[in-house]
Design a binder for this molecule. Structure first.
Ligand code: PLP
Length: 349
């Protein structure tokens, strides 16, 4: 990864990126489509947020705001916090992370094991927990002159690293005829904005699918209650990075349907996906059903399932039935088979 070699980093920084791409094949209606899963759990600290955390710290180091002895502060649903905790420990910064009650316990324990201070805010009704987290960050910044906010919500380094690193990795591995679609779930929107900016310039035929949670305000609209809320998927606030031209299709999914997709993929293929990854895969299948020309679909899979207690072997109890079109897509996931094709760059290696 370019950013890692530009900044004398830790061993962990150097291992960020170049994550695996695993193809699955689904045959239906006389067609054959391939879903390519970009497995970001392969990063240090188990998620795509290793890329973001590294880029955020590097940006503050580069502009002189972050110097030894200072305290990094961030609001996080879990993944970014864990990566920041690890990287701060390696670089000698203090670290305070503001999380919420549905942040996975194991992530909090690992943050603390890296020496981070973890503050948990209780759930606020109406999808406003993020405001409570940000209020705590503001308090810390007001009280501690050594505190520096990485600010994943507005720092251009967030989309920047996906434009400079994540997207080119996807593009290099594309089949000869390119990707038909790339599906990205949104929270801050950094991943989607960065990938879209790159694809619009270098692979303009690829259609971008933005995947958001029902009840999220990440792409606009009002935040609402989300039963079975999955950490890292959607947001109580509109993304500061995403502009309307960044996506071609938007798919809004209920958390329970994303969890159901994760369960089916795991049962069928053994691949473990976190909720936002399951959402990206399910959204891609919905797209494939609607668009008979779509054959090669790549899905950004931010993390795996292990730390999420909501991700059970089946559909979450009490979730009710999926809507008809979603149910059809979920059933197609039961037909998914691991495919032997190698990503292009590896096949040519
Ligand atoms: C599991 C998971 N999926 C998706 C995302 C979304 O990434 P972004 O903030 O770039 O939109 C995050 C971010 O926290 C995440 O942790």
């Amino acid at each position: 990864m370019e950013a890692a070699s530009a900044h004398e980093g830790t061993r962990e920084s150097a291992r960020i990126g170049s994550t695996p791409l695993r193809p699955l094949r689904i045959r239906f209606d006389g067609r054959s489509v391939r879903l390519w899963l970009k497995l970001e759990a392969g990063n240090p600290y188990g998620s795509i947020k290793a890329r973001t955390a590294h880029a955020l710290l590097a940006s503050l180091e580069a502009n002189g705001e972050l110097t030894p002895g200072r305290r990094v502060v961030e609001s996080t649903s879990g993944n970014l916090g864990l990566a920041l905790a690890g990287l701060c420990a390696a670089r000698g910064y203090l670290c305070t992370l503001v999380v919420e009650s549905n942040t996975p316990r194991s992530s909090i324990d690992q943050m603390a094991a890296y020496g981070a201070e973890v503050i948990t805010v209780p759930e606020v009704s109406g999808g406003r927990t993020i405001d409570a987290r940000l209020a705590v960050v503001a308090e810390i910044l007001a009280q501690d002159a050594t505190a520096v906010w990485t600010n994943q919500y507005t720092n251009p380094a967030n989309p920047g690293v996906h434009e400079s690193d994540t997207a080119p990795e996807l593009a290099r591995a594309a089949p000869e005829e390119g990707w038909d679609t790339v599906a990205v779930a949104v929270s801050t929107g950094g991943t989607l904005a960065g990938i879209s900016r790159y694809f619009r310039r270098h692979m303009a035929a690829t259609r971008i699918i933005a995947v958001d949670a029902v009840g999220s305000a990440a792409l606009g609209g009002t935040a609402a209650e989300r039963p079975f809320k999955l950490a890292g998927f959607g947001s109580g606030r509109r993304s500061e990075f995403i502009e309307r031209h960044h996506w071609d299709h938007v798919v809004r999914l209920r958390d329970a349907d994303a969890a159901d997709a994760c369960a089916r993929i795991r049962n069928r293929t053994g691949i473990s996906l976190g909720g936002s990854a399951g959402a990206a895969v399910l959204a891609s299948v919905l797209r494939a059903i609607r668009d008979p020309a779509a054959r090669e679909l790549v899905c950004v899979c931010p993390d795996s399932a292990e730390k999420y207690t909501q991700l059970l072997p089946g559909r979450p109890a009490g979730a009710g039935r999926a809507d008809e079109s979603i149910a059809e897509a979920l059933e197609l996931l039961d037909l998914a088979q691991p495919d032997e094709t190698l990503p292009r760059e590896r096949a040519h290696a």
